[in-house]
Design a protein around this ligand. Structure first.
Ligand code: CP
Ligand code: NVA
Length: 321
């Protein structure tokens, strides 16, 4: 099955529910083969990736570099001060040069447009390593973690409590595609992007996912199976910090809030985490899946790269999604 070969991975919006399930299946398969069975599996020997980072990263960088190495390939990290791109050379020109040498380009950028130009100009597949609008790799890891924990994804009721940001947007697309129920609570004026909300709701209407939006964290968390949040101050928003901390009052994930909401839940956070958005007892507590989620960033980006470069059929039976 080669339907993912050569495709850019910029937004979950562009992938069918079967495509997303295929990527998750492969990620779980790679984890089983390489981690659990100790197999050396290097189908990407001789393949390379150029990684452009306009912002900092721990997980996205490491998961891609180490994940590609595990599959036999090699990634080259290009930080903000390392290349001409954007300073001395246009995106278009850099894209053409990088595509001449690398088999895949991954980019973490400020404006999402930058990724679109890169993808248009580069003849090799481009991966979104986070933009101001979207972070689809993170949602693959979150879904893989939920699958591992619950044994399925559709049927898990998710509550997003916090900023209507890039992670929230990709979560909306992911839930809409897979038919997963999602409640979103944000402070007023921090709601998710309107156009993305309309698109995601339209997809959700077709798959039967129930979406609710509001400004009440306890209502959103009511009987949720998974509570997800993120920082209140994303990269590039540092000068809004004081205002944001004030505006997000009441949004901290803590025991009192979740007691009021009732239910049994697990906790996810893409990291990096700050104390204001979640208390230590939850973040480090037994309901927290954050370390598994962080590790799954690697297995999922490996699945994306593998499918972009060649057809792959997992060795394990397809899990329930
Ligand atoms: N979750 C995530 O994307 O982390 P990094 O910023 O460390 O890559
Ligand atoms: N919303 C955060 C996610 C970091 C992984 C940011 O954009 O900085």
């Amino acid at each position: 099955d080669n339907r993912l070969v050569g495709r850019d991975f910029l937004s979950l919006k562009n992938f069918s529910s079967d495509d997303i399930k295929q990527l998750l299946w492969t990620a779980i398969d790679l984890k089983t083969r390489i981690k659990e069975n100790g197999e050396v599996f290097q189908p990407l020997k001789g393949k390379t990736a150029a990684l452009i980072f306009q912002k900092r990263s721990t997980r996205t960088r490491l998961s891609t570099e180490l994940g590609l190495a595990k599959l036999g390939g090699h990634a080259c990290f290009l930080g903000p001060d390392d290349i001409h791109l954007g300073v001395n050379e246009s995106v278009k020109d850099s894209a053409r040069v990088l595509a001449g040498m690398a088999d895949i380009i991954l980019a973490r950028v400020f404006g999402h447009d930058f990724l679109e130009i890169l993808a248009d100009e580069a003849k090799v597949p481009v991966i979104n390593g986070l933009s101001d609008l979207l972070h689809p790799l993170q949602i693959l890891a979150d879904f893989m973690t939920l699958q591992e924990n619950f044994g399925y994804i559709r049927g898990v009721k998710i509550a997003w409590i916090g900023d209507g940001n890039n992670i929230c947007h990709s979560l909306m697309y992911g839930c809409a595609k897979l038919g997963v129920d999602l409640n979103v609570a944000t402070p007023a004026s921090y709601e998710p992007n309107h156009a993305i909300t309309v698109e995601a709701m339209k997809i959700a209407g077709k798959t039967g996912a129930s979406f609710n939006f509001g400004n009440d964290p306890v209502a959103a968390a009511y009987r949720a199976d998974a509570i997800i949040t993120d920082t209140w101050v994303s990269m590039g928003q540092e000068e809004e910090k004081q205002k944001r901390l004030k505006d997000f009052t009441g949004y901290q994930i803590n025991r009192k809030m979740l007691k009021e909401a009732g239910g049994n839940w697990v906790f996810l956070h893409c990291l990096p985490r700050k104390q204001e958005e979640v208390t230590d007892d939850i973040f480090y507590g037994e309901e927290s899946l954050v370390w598994q989620e962080a590790e799954n960033r690697m297995w999922t980006v490996m699945a994306v790269m593998l499918h972009q470069l060649q057809p792959y059929r997992p060795t394990i039976p397809m899990p329930k999604f």
